[in-house]
Design a binder for this molecule. Structure first.
Ligand code: ADE
Ligand code: ZN
Length: 329
């Protein structure tokens, strides 16, 4: 039995495996510029975040109907459950779909077909986090939040993703303020490729409660001290960092140093179909390559439930934490 964990940094569009991409392409009459799944897989060599994002957005063309989004999410949930994920807080990128003529309703209703029955079907509780594309305008983000009004009962929080450098958190001050007023939880990608100052800005200007990645905080000791003091969770994605060249090799990943510094780290998969592994694979990789002890692995699992947006169900959180405490390696 795998170690129970929560996954807090997972883009549902990044779970689109090549096989499902071709199945959906055929179903929807979409032509992909790759001969087959092997040819597509050869495109999975990235030099940075942008080179990945180009393919990530290109393949979204196959996602057209509610059923497509339901199939995508169900495939993820089945894989996640098999790797010990008990709770998943799932990102989606509405603007990338709206721009292709797929409505927000299609996306949310489709995802909800899978998420609404996930506990029953997969034993995984879920939350949905709507992300804004930071390389789109602040007005577009505000319009998207407005368009989400009918679906707010199914959306727990907002996030910020896509190309980071040149798009500082400050650009989205207004939409984060509006989301907070609506009672939405707030997270943002910061310090993946962008500088530590973006992490500080995400905390101070956007009021984020977790930082997605946050890797580059290690360049600023005062920021590390603050993140430790304020117990700000970081949703790290080790295999993603290797594939997108945020670190040279997994062996050089700062996760052990971050844990030693007292940071509240979690381990997640980001875009598992593209980066070579789901949540459990990320845990296995850091265990094997970074030689994390069982105590450290248990700490990471415990952190994931502490950092989860489970304030509406503390009994559930306590149950998950008890599972982690009782886990035998
Ligand atoms: N790792 C990542 N960083 C920024 N935006 C993303 N969108 C999907 N994955 C992402
Ligand atoms: Zn991400």
């Amino acid at each position: 039995m795998p170690l129970p964990k929560a996954e807090l940094h997972l883009h549902v569009e990044g779970t689109l495996e090549p096989e499902l991409a071709f199945t959906l392409a055929a179903r929807n009459g979409v032509r992909l510029p790759y001969a087959d799944t092997d040819a597509l897989r050869t495109a999975y060599r990235f030099k940075d975040l942008q080179s990945f994002l180009n393919l990530y957005y290109e393949l979204m063309a196959v996602l057209r109907t509610e059923q497509d989004f339901a199939d995508l999410a169900n495939a993820y949930l089945a894989r996640a459950a098999a790797q010990g994920v008990r709770h998943a807080e799932i990102f989606f990128d509405p603007q990338a779909h709206i721009a292709r003529g797929v409505s927000l309703g299609t996306v949310v209703e489709g995802l909800w077909r899978a998420l609404g029955s996930s506990e029953r079907n997969h034993g995984v509780s879920t939350k949905l986090i709507m992300c804004f594309l930071r390389d789109e305008s602040a007005d577009s983000a505000l319009e998207t939040l407005q368009a989400a009004t009918p679906y707010l009962d199914r959306i727990t929080g907002i996030g910020l993703d896509s190309a980071e450098v040149g798009h500082p958190p400050l650009k989205f001050r207004e939409v984060y303020q509006a989301a907070a007023a609506l009672g939405l939880r707030r997270v943002a990608h910061a310090g993946e490729e962008g500088p530590p100052a973006y992490i500080t800005e995400a905390l101070d200007v956007l009021g984020v409660e977790r930082v997605d990645h946050g890797l580059r905080c290690m360049e600023d000791p005062e920021l590390v001290e603050r993140l430790v003091r304020e117990r700000v969770p970081l949703t790290l994605c080790p295999l993603s960092n290797v594939r997108l060249r945020a670190v040279e090799t997994l062996a050089e990943h700062p996760l052990p140093a971050m844990l030693d510094a007292g940071l509240l780290c979690t381990v997640n998969s980001d875009d598992p179909a593209y980066f070579g592994g789901y949540a459990g694979d990320n845990f296995d990789a850091v265990r094997d390559t970074l030689h994390l002890s069982e105590d450290r692995l248990r700490e990471l699992a415990r952190n994931s439930f502490l950092a989860a947006f489970l304030e509406d169900d503390e009994e559930r959180r306590a149950r998950y934490l008890a599972e982690v405490a009782a886990y035998e390696f």
